[in-house]
Design a protein around this ligand. Structure first.
Ligand code: AMP
Ligand code: MG
Length: 304
């Protein structure tokens, strides 16, 4: 065959034939930096119509969303590929927000662009009778992504300090203990190889009213309307306080929160996508080296 077979020397760190990561990891983390909840964070000071780290308008935002689809796809595949070689790492994107904040759009336009085989989406509703028999993290633990997967939570354990707190669904002493329980739980996840990305979609009450109005005007949106959403609107302030408490207590070094202005749907989608992208890039993923002799296999195949 006359093909030159140059043999590179293998080292443990860089086996021959290990391709470069998809991007250099010094691409920066502008969205993570701009949206991360730090000390002295005040939710009421966040403008839901703002578009941090993005200068363009809707058309540019939609175009920008498509620009990194391929990279996101490749990174997800690398994450999964790594798991076949024993890499335990996984990603968990937690999405919270008031009704109509746009969680569904995140699932469709951001998560939906990733290979469905690599994604585990789970929506948390009012606990079932069975779930109520267990501690609040029981159903959460069962839904955690496996190694190599991107898990997405549409609502989460945070409901147990949000709706539960607003409506006194358990005594205050009980929900008050949960912040520390959550922090401990999340630290454990991070120690176990989970990259947690906790996102709050932050909308204004005016924008919510518009979105609910639209749901009532369009027969193709009736199914999204829930009369209970109007009742919840009456508790807007209590919810904002509950979210503020979450940001105060549970935006930790290991698992910070990100608050995404969400009155502009296109921006919220772009921002969540970039948060996901930046976190995946930071994992510095590599294609796993072959666990077989590549040359020997090539020869065997050619001879077959
Ligand atoms: P949606 O996400 O709009 O389909 O609505 C799901 C509903 O389930 C919301 O009203 C949540 O507040 C509610 N929910 C989710 N988790 C809990 C929980 N742990 N306790 C009580 N209600 C919850
Ligand atoms: Mg709803």
């Amino acid at each position: 065959m006359g093909k030159s077979k140059k043999k590179q020397k293998k080292t443990a760190a860089e086996p021959a034939g290990t391709p470069d990561p998809v991007v250099e990891t010094d691409a920066g983390t502008p969205f993570s930096d701009a949206l991360r909840v730090g000390d002295d964070f005040v939710l009421a000071d966040v403008d839901p119509r703002a578009t941090p780290e993005f200068d363009g308008g809707k058309a540019e935002g939609k175009a920008a969303l498509q620009e990194v689809d391929d990279e996101l796809d490749a990174l997800q595949e690398m994450l999964f590929a790594g798991s076949t070689a024993g890499d335990r790492r996984r990603v968990l994107l937690v999405v919270q927000g008031m009704d109509t904040a746009g969680k569904g759009g995140i699932m469709r336009h951001v998560v939906g662009a990733v290979d469905p085989q690599g994604v585990q989406i789970r929506a948390f509703k009012k606990p079932t009778e069975e779930e109520k028999q267990h501690p609040f993290l029981w159903r959460i633990r069962k839904a955690l992504p496996e190694a190599g997967m991107i898990g997405v939570f549409d609502r989460s354990h945070y409901e147990d300090v949000l709706v539960v707190r607003v409506h006194d669904l358990v005594p205050p002493a009980q929900w008050a203990r949960r912040y520390a329980t959550i922090n401990e739980f999340e630290q454990g996840l991070v120690d176990d190889g989970v990259t947690l990305i906790k996102v709050m979609l932050h909308i204004s009450p005016e924008e919510q009213k518009e979105r609910l109005t639209e749901r009532l005007e369009r027969p193709d949106k009736y199914w999204k309307y829930n009369p209970g959403d109007v009742d919840e609107r009456a508790h807007w302030e209590a919810y904002q306080e509950a979210y503020q408490a979450v940001m105060d207590r549970c935006s930790t070094e290991a698992a910070p929160w990100f608050v995404v202005p969400a009155d502009r749907k296109w921006y919220a989608r772009l921002a969540v996508q970039r948060l996901l992208l930046e976190h995946l890039r930071a994992l510095d993923l590599r294609w796993p080296p072959a666990d077989f002799d590549v040359e020997a296999e090539q020869e065997r195949l050619a001879a077959s």
